[in-house]
Design a protein. Structure first.
Length: 623
């Protein structure tokens, strides 16, 4: 599968590079003037090519499983590869039946192509879709492991240990993919924001939330042998979310900058495939779950309970996002009326409180003990952490902005709650060591990965809160030589000049930015018209910084020679993407733990024997 799908991608890429407009997909998404880097990446610039790319990535994950699973029992690996192979066969049948990227325009081919969407002619398009797709498809590996475990009748710590590195890898890549999409939308779409709760943005977030719950549940199943049914269900739900995202994007149900135009037959096929795969999985789960026994030998206050509570919050948050995404479509289909709009107010009023509770529980769970934790112990461990977080949450935003906002205080305090909890937990673990450095080195690699990821989450929390509260913007009409003030900055509009690009014509503006009478830098936003499609596009000018971004988007020229424009100051917005990088890094560090790199069959057999003694064995199901 990997070899032949790779050949398909190479042939399609060659068709783009050589301007073979007899291939319909090339004619629809390329042009002879298109720069070479975008001719290559236009392979995933439309539905047919992107789905070929998606299926090729699934084959790549299958290849990786076959290479890195040699220490596992052959029958288990065979089941995993068989399940992924069936998924790959379903994807390939979908391409052949409805989405062939090699359909030809014969005998008279177009002289030139229609051009690639102007919004996609950007560096973000080169790196965002591949990372997002790879993260999406990666959860099919964990799904295959879960179904294989159900079929084999053995869900124990060995199965969870086999699955964890694949879940962490897929989650890390998906985290980077979502962050890149947020960054790309921020500087390309020109509205000054980094997350719009777009109906096509939401499925990756749902997938990410369920994946986050899954990687934590897998940890509990491996370490404590509990939550087995819940972990399997989360694996099925995470995979179902990736299929749902495919359906929403490619079914033609909605119009979005992220969506692919498509005919209804594609949506029907994907919906049927979704129902068959997920329905069959849930049916198997329904038969097997009642037979899976776990010993719930832990108290009402314990690390297991905190992790379970966080999992429930993540699932509720994903369900709320799913409801807000699908409700307008269902309402329109049932009523036949206009499409309703469910915007950011709905999502924020649900998502923000849930995440705030999750952060509080995260800090408590990180210092709690397995099985049972006393209330006095938690108070002793967390009292000073809470005091320091609240105090600095009040002081830091006020010192940075000279303005008190309760939302900024809460966001900063919650972020510091996590950070100080991490520091305290590390200190407790090395406090009795003769050498603190040796104590740090003795901590497991997976432990450091967890703490790096949690620290990244705290950075995202503070960045998102501060930039949402303290951002300022102004829309103005300026003529050359005029100045506008925003915050502590002055923006002098010096005028525009005409530029010619490889496949576009542009008006390029020049702004001189001053602060306190001192020169900061020049910014150059552009207004472009692409020659082939005559599509307008705006290129923003951004002065990026660790604590703030200056952001200018150029509007339309008026008859008087003045230009409309919007100016933004976005404090701490870079922290959102920095935190996402740290979270992904933490997951990658956890994957490198030697426990996952040196999986020995004997050790796993011992774990399976231990699990067998604790739970009733299940009768294997024939593949």
């Amino acid at each position: 599968m990997f070899v032949f799908l790779s050949l398909c991608l190479l042939i399609l890429g060659y068709s783009f590079v050589t301007d073979d407009f007899s291939v319909q997909f090339v004619a629809q998404h390329s042009n002879s003037l298109l720069p070479m880097q975008y001719k290559i990446t236009a392979v995933w610039g439309g539905h047919e090519g992107s789905f070929l790319f998606w299926t090729w990535m699934l084959a790549g994950w299958m290849l990786a499983v076959s290479i890195f699973s040699k220490a596992m029992p052959d029958d288990f690996v065979a089941r995993v590869l068989g399940i992924m192979g069936l998924i790959g066969a379903g994807y390939t049948m979908f391409m052949i039946a409805t989405s062939n990227p090699f359909d030809r325009v014969l005998p008279i081919s177009p002289v030139d192509g229609a051009d690639l969407n102007s919004a996609l002619q950007d560096f973000g398009f080169i790196i965002h879709p591949p990372s997002l797709y790879m993260g999406y498809v990666g959860f099919s590996v964990v799904f295959a492991f879960a179904i294989a475990a159900l079929m084999s009748g053995r869900l124990d710590s060995a199965w969870a240990r086999w699955s964890r590195p694949w879940a962490n890898a897929a989650w890390a890549i998906l985290t980077i993919g979502i962050a890149l999409g947020s960054w790309w939308a921020y500087y390309e779409l020109g509205w000054g924001g980094w997350w719009a709760w777009d109906p096509v943005e939401n499925p990756p977030m749902i997938n990410w939330l369920l994946g986050t719950a899954l990687i934590h549940s897998l940890a509990v199943t491996e370490k404590r042998g509990v939550f087995k049914s819940w972990t399997v269900l989360l694996a099925i739900m995470a995979f179902a979310a990736s299929l749902l995202g495919t359906f929403i994007t490619r079914s033609g149900l909605l119009t979005s900058v992220h969506a692919f135009a498509s005919d209804p037959t594609r949506g029907i096929y994907i919906l049927g495939f979704l129902g068959f795969v997920v329905g069959g999985s849930l049916l198997l789960f329904a038969f097997r779950a009642p037979l899976m026994k776990s010993e719930f030998s832990f108290g009402a206050i314990s690390r297991e309970v905190f992790l379970l509570a966080n999992n429930i919050i993540l699932v509720v948050a994903s369900a709320a996002i799913l409801l807000g995404t699908l409700y307008p479509m269902v309402y329109q289909a049932v009523s036949g009326g206009e499409l309703l709009s469910v915007g950011p107010p709905y999502f924020n009023i649900i998502f923000v409180p849930l995440m705030s509770v999750l952060v509080v529980l995260l800090g408590m769970g990180s210092v709690s003990r397995w099985k049972k934790t006393s209330v006095d112990y938690l108070k002793k461990q967390l009292m000073w952490v809470a005091i320091a977080a609240i105090a600095l949450g009040l002081v830091i935003p006020l010192a940075l902005t000279l303005e008190f906002r309760i939302g900024a205080t809460i966001a900063t305090a919650l972020g510091l709650w996590v950070v100080f909890g991490i520091v305290h937990d590390v200190w407790v673990k090395i406090a009795n060591k003769a050498s603190k450095l040796a104590g740090l080195k003795s901590l497991a690699v997976s432990y450091w990965g967890m703490q790096i990821a949690h620290f990244g989450f705290a950075v995202i929390l503070m960045g998102a809160g501060l930039t949402s509260i303290y951002s300022i913007e102004k829309s103005v009409l300026l003529s050359p030589g005029q100045t506008v003030e925003l915050g502590n900055y002055e923006f002098l509009f010096e005028g525009t000049e005409h530029l010619s690009g490889p496949n576009f014509e542009a008006e390029r503006a020049t702004f001189q930015v001053m602060k306190g009478g001192e020169y900061v830098r020049d910014l150059h936003p552009e207004k472009r018209i692409y020659v082939a499609s005559r599509t307008p596009s705006t290129e923003m000018a951004i002065d990026a910084g660790f604590t703030r971004d200056l952001f200018i988007t150029l509007g339309e020229e008026r008859d008087s020679g003045a230009w409309s424009m919007s100016l933004y100051i976005k404090p701490f917005v870079r922290w959102v993407w920095l935190g996402a990088i740290l979270m992904a890094l933490g997951a990658v560090v956890a994957v490198t733990d030697k426990r996952y790199r040196n999986l020995k069959v004997k050790a796993l057999a011992a774990n399976a024997a231990e699990s067998k003694a604790k739970s009733e064995p299940l009768r294997p199901v024939s593949t």
